[in-house]
Write a protein that binds this ligand. Structure first.
Ligand SMILES: [Zn+2]
Length: 311
């Protein structure tokens, strides 16, 4: 536990009580410091205990506290990365962490949907239990390929709630014409660093610099159901099925042409303007194509495309 973390907590707690109690950041820090450094209480517990003491002192209920400056959000409203928020959520699933740096990883849910969470080992937070409902304060949002997640860190506080929470279904089913294939589709290369897998731009990972990428296939498509447009992501397996082009074939095409863009061009020829039914989870503005089938060729693909372009 670094000194900076305690200072941050102290400043946040001070701000929460500034209007009701005559406190200094120094006093709050002193209390936290005693609990954490003398009594070896985990920081999140210390924070809770100090807050409870001040709540008593001020004669306030927990509900009267602001979130420490954070916005309380429902999961479907998480649409920005690197935002500090508070959530009430149920642990829907716990997954096996793939790295020692991660203490727990899994899926959180509320009435509006689900979101992946990661709890860092170094955060020293208490364990979340599958099926448990928690009040999570000071979690930070993250985004990867349009999928949002939240990270629980050293400044996060976790409070187990004795209540039920109905987890909403965030699966989308859409039927419409595939009207656009966005850049970044076709044969792509991903960063080979474990747990990174970012798509390389000109052989570079935004995090790890120049690396030997690994080939992958993907389509970021736009499906128009007549009322609105959806951005649909087809992963390698889905892209192979959708286009009939395997990863190996795509690599051969690119080698023959000395150009990877021929793959996306060929894919466009095969899928643009066709009608699909797509089912899959939504992540922010994206739908992941877990399941899809073609709805028969449109009567006039050109008309669909002209309509799409005019929007
Ligand atoms: Zn990387």
């Amino acid at each position: 536990m670094t000194e900076t973390d305690l200072r941050t907590h102290a400043a946040e707690i001070h701000e929460q009580f500034a209007e009701r109690l005559d406190l200094t950041v120094e006093e709050v820090h002193g209390r936290l410091d005693t609990l954490v450094n003398e009594y070896k209480v985990p920081t999140s517990e210390a924070r809770r205990s100090v807050i409870n003491a001040y709540l008593d002192e001020a004669g306030m209920d927990r509900e009267e506290l602001g979130g420490g400056g954070n916005e309380r959000k429902v999961i479907s409203d998480v649409e920005t990365a690197e935002e500090w928020i508070d959530l009430t959520a149920k642990v829907v699933e716990l997954w096996e962490p793939r790295s020692d740096a991660v203490a727990q990883v899994g899926l959180l849910g509320d009435e509006t949907g689900t979101i992946k969470f990661t709890k860092w080992s170094k955060s020293e937070l208490p364990s979340l239990e599958e099926g448990g409902v928690y009040d999570l304060r000071n979690v930070v949002t993250d985004e990867y390929e349009g999928r949002y997640s939240v990270k629980l860190n050293r400044t996060t506080t976790i409070e187990a709630l004795d209540e039920e929470l109905e987890v909403g279904d965030d699966t989308a089913e859409i039927e419409g014409a595939l009207v656009d294939v966005q850049s970044g589709s076709g044969l792509i290369k991903r960063c080979p660093v474990e747990d990174c897998t970012r798509v390389l731009q000109n052989g570079r990972c935004s995090e790890h610099g120049e690396v030997d990428g690994e080939f992958d296939l993907r389509i970021k498509g736009v499906v128009d159901d007549g009322e609105r447009v959806y951005e649909v992501i087809f992963d390698r397996e889905a892209t192979e099925e959708l286009t009939g082009i395997t990863l190996e074939e795509a690599q051969e095409m690119a080698m023959d042409a000395l150009d990877t863009s021929v793959v996306a061009e060929e894919m466009c020829k095969r899928v643009l303007g066709r009608y699909y039914r797509v089912v899959g989870p939504t992540f922010g503005r994206y739908v992941l194509a877990d399941e899809f089938d073609e709805q028969g060729a449109p009567a006039d693909p050109e008309a669909v495309l002209i309509k799409a372009r005019s929007m």
